[in-house]
Design a protein around this ligand. Structure first.
Ligand code: 5AD
Ligand code: FES
Length: 343
């Protein structure tokens, strides 16, 4: 059996073989084909859309790679509950059945404030999924938000290697706490997404293998990876961007290791390559997260430079994406797109 066939059959490989697969282009054709077959066997040709609402770019953290870190100069904004509900309304009309509330870690949004926002969305859109991507909070906070109607949570672990984590983050943040948050989220009942950046400063292949091993331990429902892109004004502004090829290979490897996972073809991938998102879908991804934020704020949510889709109206984004998804051989699903778990 070839190395790709073994990864597919066992959903696993020894470290050395994972490295071989990721470091060479010899297996690419076979790898992408196997990942696409597995994706089709679980999810058919469906692509799930998640309407992304970037509701605040205030952040109390100072991650060294991030353009909205607290020490970076940025034009800060917050969206009111009414404005957020407006975005949901626009999204619902366009067919979106998942809303992702993403923001920096902004203390303005206390549990009371956020629970009120979440329960209003739940009230107006009972059949929709509400995903939060708001960083590290207490177990109690995660529980209250869940009880208010949120049912999915995205929190990338960013890197599963302690030393590498300490290079990318300020001293007051820890990998241990990040992991604890992820396990708390699972325990609370959320569908949980994690993931990491590809090609972040000082990342080694050994780090990436640790990321895959951590994901096996966590067994998340969603896995988001995207290339690192430098952000102006940050300590890493002059570091090289991540590789499209390696990101695509990793998407395929993840699809073979986690056949049932929801894997987005990320905006970062689309930013790095004009057909990045189509290539991601062909490599095994099955989710796209178009921007639903009000156009006047989009440019301000600049976690990295040159982000795409910051000028388009939401309806234009949807049309553009439909074309891209269909040209890649898939179709937009109109379902809420829950994970198909294996028991
Ligand atoms: N390049 C690529 N991805 C980034 N993120 C943050 N900053 C960058 C960057 N400069 C990713 C992180 C975070 C997600 C919302 O965006 O992985 O979890
Ligand atoms: Fe905001 Fe990292 S800079 S969470």
């Amino acid at each position: 059996m070839s190395i790709v066939e073994r990864l597919r059959a066992d959903r696993n490989l020894p470290d050395e073989e994972l490295k071989t697969l990721l470091e060479s282009d010899r297996f690419d054709e076979e790898l992408f084909k196997a990942a696409d077959e597995v994706r089709r066997s679980v999810y058919g040709t469906e692509v799930f859309l998640r309407g992304l609402i970037e509701f605040t770019n205030y952040c109390k953290n100072d991650c060294l790679y991030c353009g909205i870190r607290r020490s970076n100069t940025a034009d800060r904004y917050r969206l009111s509950k009414e404005r957020i509900l407006d975005c949901c309304k626009t999204g619902y009309k366009l067919g979106y059945r998942t809303f992702v509330l993403q923001g920096g870690e902004d203390p303005f949004y206390t549990d009371d404030v956020l629970c009120e926002i979440v329960s209003s969305i739940r009230h107006f859109y009972p059949g929709c999924a509400i995903t939060l991507s708001i960083g590290e909070r207490s177990e109690e906070s995660y529980r209250r938000l869940f009880e208010s109607g949120a049912n999915r949570f995205l929190l990338r672990h960013e890197t599963a290697d302690e030393e590498h984590y300490a290079i990318l983050h300020p001293g007051e943040m820890s990998l241990a706490n990040r992991k604890q948050c992820l396990f708390n989220l699972k325990k609370t009942g959320y569908q949980v997404g994690s993931g990491f950046m590809v090609g972040s400063p000082y990342q080694t292949m050994h780090n990436i293998i640790s990321d895959l091993r951590f994901l096996q331990e966590l067994s998340p429902d969603m896995i988001g990876i995207g290339p690192f892109l430098p952000a102006a004004g940050t300590p890493f502004e002059n570091f090289p961007q991540g590789s499209v090829k390696l990101t695509l290979r990793l998407i395929s490897v993840l699809r073979l290791m986690f056949p049932h996972a929801l894997i987005p073809s990320t905006t970062a991938l689309g930013t790095l390559h004009p057909q990045g998102r189509e290539l991601g879908l062909k490599a095994g991804a099955n989710v796209v997260m178009p921007n639903l934020s009000p156009v006047e704020y989009r440019g301000k949510y600049s976690i990295y430079d040159n982000k795409i889709c910051t000028g388009e109206e939401s309806a234009q984004c949807k049309d553009c994406l439909r074309m891209r998804i269909e040209s890649a051989g898939y179709e937009i699903s109109d379902s809420v797109g829950d994970v198909r778990r294996v028991y």
